[in-house]
Ligand binder design. Structure first.
Ligand code: UDP
Length: 244
């Protein structure tokens, strides 16, 4: 479908936002379930030592370059045409496209308050949107068969899973095979929180200078441990680039 390259041994697709949306249309008509996974530097470093995560990425139909670090590294190491496709922007763009195409959507993840607000906001923002079901992300495992039945009966073709990473990738790996109508399943992390307004996205200034990660770090210092992967990633990319 799209060209796939590797950054430090981890695959990523050479797409921009238009390409990603066109890929979604192809997935809808593919007759099989497809996963969309977002890749950022933290995930690259994790996948280098986590064969399960690497396997999920390799099997994904679309790996979007979610972080600017991945985009810069892919350009430097592979000389490819690739642009940032934040998962938190692709998801509402898929919602918008679904209105004109008639795609049905199911949302799974986040707290009850957040998902309810996210559904309300999306319904206001995209009149005609068909959100055929939703479920908060704190369902006990023994109730999972009921959720799978509800998703199947809803006839949704697109499922957004917002459980955080790698919980959402694990969920997709466990259950996608049982979802008979789903054609597109995107792991969207904290996107429902952003849509609901419970977590603010970075101001445009930070987005424009490609420092959204810095804003998230400053506003949620608890993410510091996770962000220690960033200097490791930068160092490894530099080494790989010098070797080239
Ligand atoms: N979450 C959930 N169920 C869980 C754990 C987390 O639904 O068992 C939700 C949580 O409420 C939040 C999202 O998963 O909405 C995690 O967001 P985060 O920003 O950590 O995700 P990231 O994109 O960084 O992986």
């Amino acid at each position: 479908m799209v060209d796939r390259v590797e950054v430090l041994g981890v695959p990523v697709d050479c797409v921009d936002m238009h390409g990603a949306l066109d890929a979604v249309d192809l997935m809808i008509n593919s007759g099989k379930p497809n996963t969309i996974i977002a890749l950022n530097p933290e995930k690259v470093i994790k996948a280098q030592s986590d064969s399960k995560l690497l396997g999920w990425l390799r099997n994904a139909s679309l790996i979007i370059p979610d972080g600017i670090g991945v985009v810069v590294a892919a350009r430097k190491l592979n000389q490819v045409n690739i642009s940032r496709v934040p998962g938190s922007e692709l998801m509402p763009n898929i919602c918008e496209r679904s209105v004109s195409k008639g795609y049905k959507l199911f949302l799974y993840g986040a707290s009850q308050d957040t998902i309810q607000k996210a559904v309300d906001r999306l319904t206001e923002r995209y009149p005609g949107i068909q959100i055929v079901g939703f479920q908060n992300g704190y369902l006990p495992e023994n109730e999972m068969p009921d959720l799978i039945d509800r998703i199947n009966q809803s006839q949704a073709q697109i499922l957004f899973v917002a459980l955080g990473s790698p919980r959402q990738e694990l969920w997709m790996d466990n259950y996608l095979g049982e979802l008979h109508n789903i054609r597109v399943c995107q792991g969207v992390g904290g996107t429902f929180d952003v849509i609901a307004g419970t977590v603010k996205r970075a101001p445009n200034f930070f987005i424009n200078i490609h420092c959204e990660w810095l804003y998230r770090l400053l506003s949620q210092p608890s993410r510091l441990i996770r962000q220690t992967a960033l200097p490791v990633f930068a160092f490894k990319v530099l080494l790989a680039w010098l070797r080239k």
